[in-house]
Write a protein that binds this ligand. Structure first.
Ligand code: FE2
Length: 331
């Protein structure tokens, strides 16, 4: 009798089936992995090609956009102080003015120093402050205006009186024992407004003792959505103090320190006060007991017909403007 083959046991059959299924699953996974690696390699190659192409073709520099017909460039120049001007800082400012070719210029006041006409807080006879003459002071201010008008021949220039120009008016009143007609006669003979030939230059002058643009603060003018005046606060945070009193955008000089403050009142999205600094000597001798924190600078506004504007305080550090080559892009 021949040997008979015993049928496989059920458990053994099950193991074989499971083993075959596992092998098929492993093969499927291997195939999936190969496909995935192939896709990854393709993606890497594409990325590499794009990066290489991007390197080969650098993005061209954007062309500077031309100024819209109704937009204007406004330059704001703070305290230059006549004979006490810082020549390097002024030259840097005038270089930028020439490049900007502004439509408007606002002079924030104190463009003569009048050191011989002492302010109340100065010591009578303190020689260092009156080493230059009033004639030299006026000559320096005239030279500044000549250079400014040559650098910006198209610009309308507005001149806001500062407390230093006003010294001549108070001097005239004192000399004439407050006789207003005699005081006015002296003022017309000696005040910077006349010695700087502002009428002949076509430059309007705004006095601290008069109101303009129907505004309740004397010596203040408005351009679009911004007020301008010489400044009165000497507080450490003068921009905050001034912003509180104006409750609107305002630019002023007077403190000789670059500064700004902003607020978000209920009536407006945001308002701001700016002080661009000054363009005079940074450490006058009358401040010998008080090293100053004065800084050089001026300001530029890009203003739209709507009155809205972008304000930029431009610092001048060691006689060098940080606006530099950017100036040409505004034209
Ligand atoms: Fe000043």
């Amino acid at each position: 009798m021949g040997k008979t083959t015993r049928p496989p046991r059920a458990s053994s059959l099950k193991r074989e089936i499971e083993s075959a299924a596992a092998s098929a699953e492993i093969a499927r996974l291997k195939e999936q992995l190969r496909a995935s690696e192939s896709a990854k390699a393709k993606l890497a190659a594409t990325l590499d090609r794009h990066l290489h192409t991007a390197k080969a073709r650098p993005i061209p520099p954007a062309k500077p956009s031309r100024r819209g017909k109704e937009d204007i460039v406004r330059v704001i120049i703070p305290d230059t102080h006549g004979a006490k001007v810082d020549k390097g800082a002024l030259a840097a400012c005038l270089g930028d003015v020439k490049a900007l070719d502004p439509d408007e210029i606002i002079l924030l006041g104190d463009h003569v120093d009048c050191g011989g006409f002492l302010a109340q807080h100065h010591t009578l006879g303190y020689v260092a402050e009156s080493a230059y003459t009033y004639e030299a002071d006026i000559a320096a201010a005239n030279a500044f205006l000549d250079a400014l008008q040559a650098a910006a021949p198209r610009a309308r220039i507005d001149y806001i009186e500062g407390n230093h120009e006003r010294r001549i008016e108070t001097w005239a009143l004192t000399q004439t024992l407050r006789n207003s007609k005699d005081a006015e006669y002296l003022r017309r003979a000696f005040a910077p407004e006349f010695l700087l030939r502002l009428r002949e230059r076509g430059i309007p002058y705004y006095r601290q003792g008069e109101f303009y643009d129907e505004l309740p603060i004397p010596g203040t003018i408005r351009k679009g959505k911004c007020y301008f005046f010489h400044g009165s606060s000497t507080a450490k945070q003068a921009t905050t103090v001034t912003l509180n009193s104006f409750a609107g955008n305002v630019v002023f000089g007077h403190t000789h320190r670059e500064q700004s403050s902003s607020a978000r009142p209920v009536h407006a999205g945001q308002i701001k006060a700016w002080n661009p600094g000054c363009l005079c000597e940074l450490q006058p001798l009358w401040q010998h007991t008080n090293p100053t924190s004065w800084t050089h600078g001026f300001a530029v506004q890009l203003a739209a017909k709507s009155g809205e504007f972008l304000h930029l305080n431009i610092p001048i550090i060691s006689g060098r403007s940080l606006l530099g080559s950017l100036a040409g892009k505004f034209q």
